[in-house]
Design a protein around this ligand. Sequence first.
Ligand code: ZN
Length: 51
Amino acid sequence: MEKKREIPIEIDEHFKLFGKEPWEVDYGEKCVICNVRIDEYGFCSCGSSGD
Ligand SMILES: [Zn+2]
C-alpha cells in the first residue's frame, strides 16, 4: 500500500522514530497530565505516560 508523503517534517519525525505514521499507531487512554492519547509505546506529549 503506497501512501503519499505530504506531511510536515515534524510529523515525519514520528515515522523516523517509530517506523510508522502517526495515524498507524494504536493509541490507548489519554494522559491525565497533557490530555493527549498515549500511544502503543507509552508516549504522550508530556512524556509522563500518565504517571
Ligand atoms: Zn502526557
